[in-house]
Ligand binder design. Sequence first.
Ligand SMILES: Cc1ncc(COP(=O)(O)O)c(C=O)c1O
Length: 400
Amino acid sequence: MAIQISHRAKAIKPSPTLTVSNLAKQMKAEGIDVINFGVGEPDFNTPNYIKAAAIKAINDNFTRYTESSGIIELRKAISAKLKRDNGLDCDPNDILVSPGAKASITAILLTICDPRDEILIPSPYWVSYTSLVEMVDAFPILLPTRAASNFKISAEQLDEALKSLSNPKALILNSPNNPTGSIYKRKELEQIAEVCLKYDIMIISDEIYEKLIYDGQEHMSIASISDEVRERTIVINGVSKAYAMTGWRLGYAAGSTEIIKRAARIQSHTTSCVNSITQKAAVVALNECDDSIAKMRDEFQKRRNFLVDELNKIPNVKCRLPRGAFYAMPNIAYYLHNNQLGIKNCVKICEYLLQEYKVAIVPGSAFGADKYVRFSYATSMENIKEGLKRFKKGLINSLR
Ligand SMILES: Cc1ncc(COP(=O)(O)O)c(C=O)c1O
Protein backbone atom coordinates (compact mmCIF):
# COMPACT_ATOMS: atom_id res chain seq x y z
CA MET A 1 0.00 0.00 0.00
CA ALA A 2 1.28 3.46 -0.86
CA ILE A 3 1.66 5.47 2.34
CA GLN A 4 -0.43 8.62 2.08
CA ILE A 5 0.87 11.80 3.69
CA SER A 6 -1.10 15.05 3.61
CA HIS A 7 0.34 18.27 2.14
CA ARG A 8 0.13 19.64 5.68
CA ALA A 9 2.27 16.92 7.24
CA LYS A 10 4.74 17.12 4.36
CA ALA A 11 5.20 20.85 4.88
CA ILE A 12 5.99 20.62 8.59
CA LYS A 13 9.65 20.45 9.50
CA PRO A 14 10.87 19.18 12.89
CA SER A 15 11.36 21.88 15.53
CA PRO A 16 15.08 22.79 15.22
CA THR A 17 15.30 23.72 18.88
CA LEU A 18 14.05 20.31 19.94
CA THR A 19 16.28 18.63 17.36
CA VAL A 20 19.42 20.23 18.81
CA SER A 21 18.29 19.58 22.35
CA ASN A 22 17.44 15.94 21.64
CA LEU A 23 20.75 15.35 19.85
CA ALA A 24 22.63 16.85 22.80
CA LYS A 25 20.62 14.67 25.22
CA GLN A 26 21.36 11.59 23.12
CA MET A 27 25.09 12.37 23.08
CA LYS A 28 24.95 12.85 26.85
CA ALA A 29 23.21 9.50 27.27
CA GLU A 30 26.05 7.92 25.30
CA GLY A 31 28.44 9.29 27.89
CA ILE A 32 29.68 12.24 25.80
CA ASP A 33 30.25 15.41 27.82
CA VAL A 34 28.05 17.92 25.96
CA ILE A 35 27.15 21.41 27.15
CA ASN A 36 23.61 22.08 26.04
CA PHE A 37 22.61 25.68 25.28
CA GLY A 38 19.64 24.49 23.25
CA VAL A 39 17.03 24.10 25.97
CA GLY A 40 13.91 26.24 26.03
CA GLU A 41 12.94 25.58 29.62
CA PRO A 42 14.00 26.75 33.07
CA ASP A 43 16.53 24.41 34.71
CA PHE A 44 14.88 25.07 38.09
CA ASN A 45 12.45 22.71 39.78
CA THR A 46 8.75 23.45 40.06
CA PRO A 47 8.32 25.16 43.47
CA ASN A 48 7.27 22.87 46.33
CA TYR A 49 4.00 24.68 47.11
CA ILE A 50 2.84 23.92 43.55
CA LYS A 51 3.91 20.29 43.70
CA ALA A 52 2.07 19.89 47.03
CA ALA A 53 -1.17 21.04 45.36
CA ALA A 54 -0.78 18.37 42.69
CA ILE A 55 -0.15 15.65 45.25
CA LYS A 56 -3.24 16.77 47.13
CA ALA A 57 -5.29 16.65 43.90
CA ILE A 58 -4.24 13.04 43.35
CA ASN A 59 -5.02 12.08 46.94
CA ASP A 60 -8.40 13.80 46.64
CA ASN A 61 -9.05 11.70 43.51
CA PHE A 62 -9.31 14.78 41.33
CA THR A 63 -8.42 12.59 38.39
CA ARG A 64 -11.27 12.78 35.91
CA TYR A 65 -12.04 14.76 32.76
CA THR A 66 -12.75 18.38 33.54
CA GLU A 67 -14.67 21.03 31.65
CA SER A 68 -12.95 21.34 28.28
CA SER A 69 -12.00 24.99 28.71
CA GLY A 70 -10.63 24.39 32.23
CA ILE A 71 -12.05 24.19 35.76
CA ILE A 72 -13.82 27.37 36.81
CA GLU A 73 -11.56 27.74 39.86
CA LEU A 74 -8.57 27.99 37.53
CA ARG A 75 -10.25 30.32 35.06
CA LYS A 76 -11.12 32.57 38.01
CA ALA A 77 -7.48 32.48 39.14
CA ILE A 78 -6.34 33.42 35.60
CA SER A 79 -8.94 36.19 35.44
CA ALA A 80 -7.63 37.58 38.76
CA LYS A 81 -4.04 37.33 37.48
CA LEU A 82 -4.90 39.20 34.28
CA LYS A 83 -6.45 41.99 36.37
CA ARG A 84 -3.62 42.09 38.93
CA ASP A 85 -0.63 41.87 36.58
CA ASN A 86 -1.94 43.25 33.30
CA GLY A 87 -4.84 45.54 34.20
CA LEU A 88 -7.20 43.45 32.08
CA ASP A 89 -10.84 42.80 32.88
CA CYS A 90 -11.48 39.35 31.56
CA ASP A 91 -14.46 37.22 32.44
CA PRO A 92 -13.51 33.61 33.38
CA ASN A 93 -15.79 32.49 30.53
CA ASP A 94 -13.55 34.31 28.09
CA ILE A 95 -10.56 32.16 29.01
CA LEU A 96 -9.52 28.87 27.44
CA VAL A 97 -7.11 26.66 29.37
CA SER A 98 -5.09 24.39 27.04
CA PRO A 99 -2.31 21.80 27.30
CA GLY A 100 0.38 24.47 26.92
CA ALA A 101 0.46 27.91 25.32
CA LYS A 102 1.39 26.13 22.10
CA ALA A 103 -1.97 24.36 22.15
CA SER A 104 -3.74 27.65 22.94
CA ILE A 105 -2.15 29.30 19.91
CA THR A 106 -3.11 26.31 17.76
CA ALA A 107 -6.74 26.45 18.88
CA ILE A 108 -6.88 30.21 18.24
CA LEU A 109 -5.34 29.92 14.76
CA LEU A 110 -7.78 27.13 13.89
CA THR A 111 -10.59 29.36 15.09
CA ILE A 112 -9.71 32.55 13.24
CA CYS A 113 -7.89 31.47 10.07
CA ASP A 114 -9.29 30.51 6.72
CA PRO A 115 -7.06 29.16 3.93
CA ARG A 116 -4.84 31.89 2.42
CA ASP A 117 -5.27 34.27 5.33
CA GLU A 118 -2.11 36.20 6.11
CA ILE A 119 -0.61 36.21 9.59
CA LEU A 120 2.08 38.80 10.26
CA ILE A 121 5.05 37.66 12.32
CA PRO A 122 8.01 39.86 13.32
CA SER A 123 11.27 38.07 12.53
CA PRO A 124 13.34 36.65 14.30
CA TYR A 125 10.41 34.63 15.56
CA TRP A 126 9.67 31.65 17.77
CA VAL A 127 10.03 28.54 15.59
CA SER A 128 6.50 27.21 16.03
CA TYR A 129 4.61 30.31 14.81
CA THR A 130 5.35 29.77 11.14
CA SER A 131 4.69 26.03 11.31
CA LEU A 132 1.39 26.51 13.13
CA VAL A 133 0.26 29.15 10.65
CA GLU A 134 1.12 26.84 7.75
CA MET A 135 -0.70 23.98 9.46
CA VAL A 136 -3.96 25.92 9.28
CA ASP A 137 -3.32 26.68 5.58
CA ALA A 138 -2.66 30.35 6.22
CA PHE A 139 0.46 32.28 5.12
CA PRO A 140 3.09 33.54 7.55
CA ILE A 141 4.17 37.03 6.48
CA LEU A 142 7.52 37.81 8.06
CA LEU A 143 8.38 41.32 9.14
CA PRO A 144 12.19 41.53 9.29
CA THR A 145 13.76 43.47 12.15
CA ARG A 146 17.31 44.65 12.78
CA ALA A 147 19.62 44.49 15.78
CA ALA A 148 19.90 48.30 15.62
CA SER A 149 16.16 48.54 16.33
CA ASN A 150 16.47 45.96 19.11
CA PHE A 151 14.79 43.44 16.83
CA LYS A 152 11.45 45.23 17.09
CA ILE A 153 9.05 46.16 14.33
CA SER A 154 7.87 49.73 14.01
CA ALA A 155 4.31 50.87 13.39
CA GLU A 156 5.40 52.35 10.04
CA GLN A 157 6.85 49.04 8.94
CA LEU A 158 3.65 47.24 9.90
CA ASP A 159 1.56 49.82 8.06
CA GLU A 160 3.73 49.48 4.96
CA ALA A 161 3.44 45.67 5.01
CA LEU A 162 -0.32 45.75 5.49
CA LYS A 163 -0.80 48.04 2.49
CA SER A 164 0.30 45.27 0.15
CA LEU A 165 -1.57 42.33 1.69
CA SER A 166 -4.88 40.98 0.45
CA ASN A 167 -6.11 38.86 3.39
CA PRO A 168 -4.36 40.09 6.53
CA LYS A 169 -5.94 38.42 9.55
CA ALA A 170 -3.69 38.93 12.56
CA LEU A 171 -0.34 40.00 13.95
CA ILE A 172 1.47 37.66 16.33
CA LEU A 173 3.37 39.76 18.83
CA ASN A 174 5.74 38.11 21.29
CA SER A 175 7.05 40.33 24.09
CA PRO A 176 9.32 39.44 25.85
CA ASN A 177 10.59 37.74 22.74
CA ASN A 178 12.03 34.33 22.04
CA PRO A 179 14.75 34.34 20.62
CA THR A 180 15.78 38.02 20.85
CA GLY A 181 14.77 38.88 24.44
CA SER A 182 13.31 42.19 23.21
CA ILE A 183 10.49 43.90 25.07
CA TYR A 184 8.07 46.35 23.51
CA LYS A 185 7.46 49.56 25.44
CA ARG A 186 4.08 51.23 25.96
CA LYS A 187 4.55 53.86 23.23
CA GLU A 188 5.63 51.26 20.68
CA LEU A 189 2.66 49.05 21.53
CA GLU A 190 0.27 51.99 21.25
CA GLN A 191 1.55 52.80 17.78
CA ILE A 192 1.39 49.17 16.65
CA ALA A 193 -2.12 48.80 18.05
CA GLU A 194 -3.23 51.90 16.14
CA VAL A 195 -2.14 50.29 12.86
CA CYS A 196 -3.96 47.06 13.76
CA LEU A 197 -7.11 49.10 14.35
CA LYS A 198 -6.64 50.97 11.07
CA TYR A 199 -6.44 47.73 9.07
CA ASP A 200 -8.92 45.89 11.29
CA ILE A 201 -6.66 42.97 12.06
CA MET A 202 -6.48 40.90 15.23
CA ILE A 203 -3.53 40.63 17.60
CA ILE A 204 -2.30 37.40 19.14
CA SER A 205 -0.13 38.57 22.03
CA ASP A 206 2.14 35.81 23.32
CA GLU A 207 3.22 36.90 26.80
CA ILE A 208 4.61 33.58 28.03
CA TYR A 209 7.92 35.19 29.18
CA GLU A 210 6.18 37.98 31.07
CA LYS A 211 7.73 37.10 34.43
CA LEU A 212 11.27 36.85 33.10
CA ILE A 213 12.19 40.49 32.65
CA TYR A 214 15.41 42.14 33.82
CA ASP A 215 16.91 45.52 34.70
CA GLY A 216 13.68 46.72 36.31
CA GLN A 217 11.91 46.77 32.93
CA GLU A 218 8.15 46.36 32.91
CA HIS A 219 5.93 44.09 30.90
CA MET A 220 2.92 45.63 29.28
CA SER A 221 0.15 43.70 27.58
CA ILE A 222 -0.94 45.34 24.32
CA ALA A 223 -4.50 44.34 25.25
CA SER A 224 -4.46 46.83 28.12
CA ILE A 225 -4.11 49.87 25.84
CA SER A 226 -7.86 50.41 25.39
CA ASP A 227 -11.15 48.51 25.22
CA GLU A 228 -11.00 48.72 21.44
CA VAL A 229 -7.58 47.04 21.36
CA ARG A 230 -8.56 44.48 23.99
CA GLU A 231 -11.53 43.41 21.86
CA ARG A 232 -9.25 42.41 19.00
CA THR A 233 -6.48 40.87 21.10
CA ILE A 234 -6.10 37.30 22.27
CA VAL A 235 -3.63 37.15 25.13
CA ILE A 236 -1.60 33.96 25.32
CA ASN A 237 0.19 32.99 28.50
CA GLY A 238 0.86 29.96 30.68
CA VAL A 239 2.75 28.46 33.58
CA SER A 240 5.62 26.76 31.70
CA LYS A 241 8.27 29.44 31.93
CA ALA A 242 7.16 31.55 34.90
CA TYR A 243 6.76 28.66 37.34
CA ALA A 244 9.24 26.16 35.86
CA MET A 245 6.36 23.89 34.83
CA THR A 246 7.14 23.03 31.20
CA GLY A 247 6.33 19.33 31.57
CA TRP A 248 3.00 19.93 33.32
CA ARG A 249 1.50 21.35 30.11
CA LEU A 250 -0.76 24.28 30.84
CA GLY A 251 -1.27 27.48 28.90
CA TYR A 252 -4.21 29.73 28.23
CA ALA A 253 -5.82 32.12 25.80
CA ALA A 254 -7.94 35.07 26.90
CA GLY A 255 -10.02 37.29 24.65
CA SER A 256 -13.29 37.79 22.83
CA THR A 257 -16.20 35.60 24.00
CA GLU A 258 -17.03 34.44 20.48
CA ILE A 259 -13.49 33.36 19.64
CA ILE A 260 -12.83 31.65 22.97
CA LYS A 261 -16.15 29.79 22.79
CA ARG A 262 -15.32 28.41 19.35
CA ALA A 263 -11.71 27.63 20.25
CA ALA A 264 -13.02 25.67 23.26
CA ARG A 265 -15.21 23.64 20.91
CA ILE A 266 -12.17 22.78 18.80
CA GLN A 267 -10.25 21.81 21.91
CA SER A 268 -13.13 19.65 23.15
CA HIS A 269 -12.75 17.50 20.03
CA THR A 270 -8.97 17.32 20.12
CA THR A 271 -7.37 17.25 23.57
CA SER A 272 -10.58 17.26 25.68
CA CYS A 273 -9.01 19.14 28.58
CA VAL A 274 -5.78 19.79 30.42
CA ASN A 275 -4.66 17.13 32.89
CA SER A 276 -6.91 17.63 35.96
CA ILE A 277 -3.98 17.48 38.42
CA THR A 278 -2.03 20.13 36.55
CA GLN A 279 -5.07 22.39 36.66
CA LYS A 280 -5.24 22.17 40.46
CA ALA A 281 -1.51 22.87 40.70
CA ALA A 282 -1.87 25.89 38.40
CA VAL A 283 -4.58 27.39 40.63
CA VAL A 284 -2.09 27.42 43.49
CA ALA A 285 0.77 28.64 41.26
CA LEU A 286 -1.30 31.67 40.23
CA ASN A 287 -2.95 32.43 43.57
CA GLU A 288 -0.14 31.85 46.04
CA CYS A 289 3.21 33.19 44.96
CA ASP A 290 6.34 32.50 47.05
CA ASP A 291 9.79 33.96 46.42
CA SER A 292 10.98 31.17 44.11
CA ILE A 293 9.98 33.05 40.98
CA ALA A 294 11.93 36.16 41.97
CA LYS A 295 14.95 34.02 42.89
CA MET A 296 14.81 32.26 39.53
CA ARG A 297 14.62 35.61 37.72
CA ASP A 298 17.58 37.01 39.68
CA GLU A 299 19.66 33.97 38.82
CA PHE A 300 18.74 34.28 35.12
CA GLN A 301 19.77 37.94 35.20
CA LYS A 302 23.20 37.07 36.66
CA ARG A 303 23.75 34.40 34.02
CA ARG A 304 22.60 36.69 31.23
CA ASN A 305 25.03 39.43 32.30
CA PHE A 306 27.93 37.00 32.43
CA LEU A 307 27.07 35.24 29.16
CA VAL A 308 26.58 38.42 27.15
CA ASP A 309 29.73 40.06 28.55
CA GLU A 310 31.81 37.02 27.70
CA LEU A 311 30.28 36.64 24.22
CA ASN A 312 31.17 40.24 23.45
CA LYS A 313 34.77 39.57 24.49
CA ILE A 314 35.14 36.99 21.70
CA PRO A 315 36.72 38.80 18.74
CA ASN A 316 34.15 39.75 16.07
CA VAL A 317 31.15 38.36 17.96
CA LYS A 318 28.45 40.90 18.72
CA CYS A 319 25.66 40.30 21.18
CA ARG A 320 22.95 42.72 22.28
CA LEU A 321 21.83 42.63 25.89
CA PRO A 322 18.46 40.83 25.87
CA ARG A 323 15.94 42.36 28.29
CA GLY A 324 13.76 39.35 28.91
CA ALA A 325 13.29 35.56 28.49
CA PHE A 326 16.42 33.40 28.84
CA TYR A 327 18.11 33.54 25.46
CA ALA A 328 21.04 35.46 23.99
CA MET A 329 21.52 35.77 20.26
CA PRO A 330 25.07 36.67 19.16
CA ASN A 331 25.88 37.66 15.61
CA ILE A 332 28.56 35.34 14.21
CA ALA A 333 28.56 36.59 10.60
CA TYR A 334 32.34 37.16 10.69
CA TYR A 335 32.94 33.46 11.33
CA LEU A 336 30.67 32.45 8.46
CA HIS A 337 32.44 34.76 6.02
CA ASN A 338 35.99 34.07 7.11
CA ASN A 339 36.17 30.49 8.25
CA GLN A 340 38.58 28.11 6.56
CA LEU A 341 36.45 24.98 6.81
CA GLY A 342 33.97 25.69 4.05
CA ILE A 343 31.21 26.36 6.59
CA LYS A 344 28.90 28.89 5.02
CA ASN A 345 25.81 28.89 7.22
CA CYS A 346 24.79 28.86 10.85
CA VAL A 347 23.35 25.32 10.71
CA LYS A 348 26.71 23.96 9.59
CA ILE A 349 28.61 25.92 12.19
CA CYS A 350 26.30 24.58 14.91
CA GLU A 351 26.85 21.03 13.66
CA TYR A 352 30.61 21.63 13.70
CA LEU A 353 30.49 23.06 17.24
CA LEU A 354 28.44 20.13 18.49
CA GLN A 355 30.50 17.44 16.82
CA GLU A 356 33.97 18.87 17.36
CA TYR A 357 33.59 20.93 20.52
CA LYS A 358 30.62 19.26 22.25
CA VAL A 359 28.63 22.43 22.66
CA ALA A 360 24.98 22.56 21.52
CA ILE A 361 23.64 25.89 20.23
CA VAL A 362 20.60 26.52 18.04
CA PRO A 363 21.22 27.96 14.55
CA GLY A 364 19.59 31.36 14.07
CA SER A 365 18.06 30.20 10.78
CA ALA A 366 15.53 28.30 12.94
CA PHE A 367 14.20 31.74 13.88
CA GLY A 368 14.75 33.47 10.54
CA ALA A 369 18.14 34.94 11.58
CA ASP A 370 20.86 33.39 9.40
CA LYS A 371 23.82 35.28 10.82
CA TYR A 372 23.05 34.42 14.41
CA VAL A 373 23.02 31.54 16.87
CA ARG A 374 20.83 31.26 19.96
CA PHE A 375 22.11 30.42 23.42
CA SER A 376 19.69 29.49 26.17
CA TYR A 377 21.08 30.43 29.58
CA ALA A 378 18.67 28.09 31.33
CA THR A 379 21.69 26.10 32.44
CA SER A 380 24.13 26.40 35.35
CA MET A 381 26.83 29.06 35.57
CA GLU A 382 29.39 26.28 35.55
CA ASN A 383 28.03 24.98 32.24
CA ILE A 384 27.89 28.51 30.83
CA LYS A 385 31.57 29.06 31.66
CA GLU A 386 32.72 25.76 30.17
CA GLY A 387 30.37 26.06 27.16
CA LEU A 388 31.68 29.53 26.36
CA LYS A 389 35.27 28.28 26.36
CA ARG A 390 34.33 25.58 23.86
CA PHE A 391 32.32 27.97 21.69
CA LYS A 392 35.19 30.45 21.55
CA LYS A 393 37.76 27.78 20.77
CA GLY A 394 35.54 26.32 18.04
CA LEU A 395 35.02 29.69 16.40
CA ILE A 396 38.66 30.77 16.55
CA ASN A 397 39.88 27.40 15.25
CA SER A 398 37.48 27.64 12.33
CA LEU A 399 39.55 30.57 11.01
CA ARG A 400 42.77 28.55 10.82
C1 LIG B 1 7.39 32.33 22.59
C2 LIG B 1 6.86 31.04 23.10
N1 LIG B 1 5.52 30.87 23.14
C3 LIG B 1 4.99 29.72 23.58
C4 LIG B 1 5.79 28.68 24.01
C5 LIG B 1 5.13 27.39 24.43
O1 LIG B 1 4.90 27.30 25.78
P1 LIG B 1 4.10 26.06 26.39
O2 LIG B 1 5.10 25.23 27.11
O3 LIG B 1 3.12 26.69 27.33
O4 LIG B 1 3.43 25.33 25.28
C6 LIG B 1 7.18 28.81 23.97
C7 LIG B 1 8.06 27.69 24.38
O5 LIG B 1 9.23 27.62 24.10
C8 LIG B 1 7.74 30.03 23.52
O6 LIG B 1 9.06 30.22 23.48
